[in-house]
Design a protein around this ligand. Structure first.
Ligand code: MN3
Length: 219
């Protein structure tokens, strides 16, 4: 499998006025592209270029000697997931299975929106805010830097990139306004529902028995 930069599922200006064309051009065309290129170069060094990105992430997670590959592969994966977590004309009240799960596990849409916004705004430093399925329960979590739920056995349903490069051109230091705009106007609930409904296949992909990258890899 070739590791490549996935196309955006919408034009660069499609998320305006909430995320500008220039932010999307730099974020997808420069930042995401750089993570993909570095992943390809580092994966080549350890002959892992044939593996899908998700398996590279799971095989290198927690291994100090593979930290750079893990970081770049996880960022490449997280960004591909993030673009699909957004859509023009999204946000607002969820529909479908995810709506019922939000009521049951998170106390309803308003409580979810407040928790997701607070997690994104309050995360210290670079990282990601996520809605995940953890076991059989929805949770709002954050991960630091490149870290990703798929390295921890959680099923991601939605993501918000909270690295400064994601919002600084449009919102400067007001990360809370950026997160609020995504939650109100851009969340792709259909994508969240698809992730929720294919969780069984996602879990089995994670559970495949795999040889470690190195016989004596340390954790
Ligand atoms: Mn980013």
């Amino acid at each position: 499998m070739q590791i490549t930069l996935p196309s955006l599922p919408y034009p660069y200006d499609a998320l305006e006025p909430f995320i500008s064309r220039v932010t999307m051009e730099v974020h997808h065309g420069k930042h995401h592209q750089a993570y993909v290129e570095k992943t390809k170069a580092l994966a080549k060094e350890v002959r892992l270029t044939e593996l899908p990105l998700g398996l590279i992430i799971q095989q290198t997670a927690g291994q100090e000697r593979h930290r750079a590959l893990f970081n770049n592969a996880a960022q490449a994966w997280n960004h591909a997931f993030f673009w699909r977590s957004l859509r023009p004309g999204g946000g607002g009240q969820p529909r479908g299975d995810i709506a019922e799960r939000i009521v049951r596990d998170l106390g309803g849409y308003d409580a979810f929106a407040a928790e997701f916004g607070a997690a994104a705004a309050g995360h210290f430093g670079s990282g990601w805010a996520w809605l995940v399925l953890d076991g059989n329960k929805l949770r709002v979590i954050t991960t630091a830097n490149a870290d990703t739920p798929i390295a921890h056995g959680q099923v991601p349903l939605l993501a918000i990139d909270v690295w400064e490069h994601a919002y600084y051109l449009d919102y400067q230091n007001q990360r809370v306004d950026y997160a609020t705009a995504i939650i109100k106007h851009l969340i792709n609930w259909e994508f969240a529902n698809r992730n929720l409904n294919r969780r069984h296949s996602t879990t089995s992909a994670v559970d495949h028995r795999l040889e470690p990258v190195r016989a004596h890899a340390t954790r």
